[in-house]
Design a protein. Structure first.
Length: 146
């Protein structure tokens, strides 16, 4: 009993894959970059954003004459008032907690009855400050506004 045509084709495919795998392995071994020094692997970005293998020439000063060591990178901060306004979206008198929906950000902030300056109820317009708590922001110094 002989080998069928389909089996021969499968064996040819397997042999071809094995040969390709061996060739790839030999190519990887030939192009192995192990043993390169750190300087050979280092890449730099010039003032135009192009990648280069040579470090940029600088004398400790930026183009405008400002010392690079005295500069920093920072994002501009918004002048944020600590007092915010919102509407009490939920408040449970029996349990003494609820949530305030911030007018600007539309986020819900937790409020506890101990942090209110006067009694509040649902749909009251309030002003408050927020502080970071263990589970997120909480409203403090909550008072009703007209």
């Amino acid at each position: 009993m002989g080998i069928t045509f389909a089996k021969k084709e499968l064996e040819k495919k397997r042999a071809k894959k094995k040969q390709e795998k061996a060739e790839k392995m030999q190519e990887r071994k030939a192009n192995n970059e192990k043993g390169k020094s750190l300087n050979e692997m280092m890449a730099y970005i010039d003032e135009n954003g192009n990648i280069s293998d040579t470090p940029p020439q600088s004398h400790g000063l930026a183009d405008n004459g400002v010392s690079i060591s005295h500069t920093g990178i920072a994002a501009p901060r918004e002048a944020e008032s600590p007092e915010r306004e919102g509407i009490v979206s939920f408040f449970n008198d029996a349990k003494g907690y609820g949530f305030i929906t911030d007018n600007k950000t539309r986020e819900n902030v937790f409020v506890h009855v101990n942090q209110t300056l006067q009694p509040i109820k649902e749909r009251d317009k309030v002003s408050y400050e927020r502080e970071r708590g263990p589970k997120g922001y909480t409203a403090v110094r909550v008072k009703i506004i007209q």
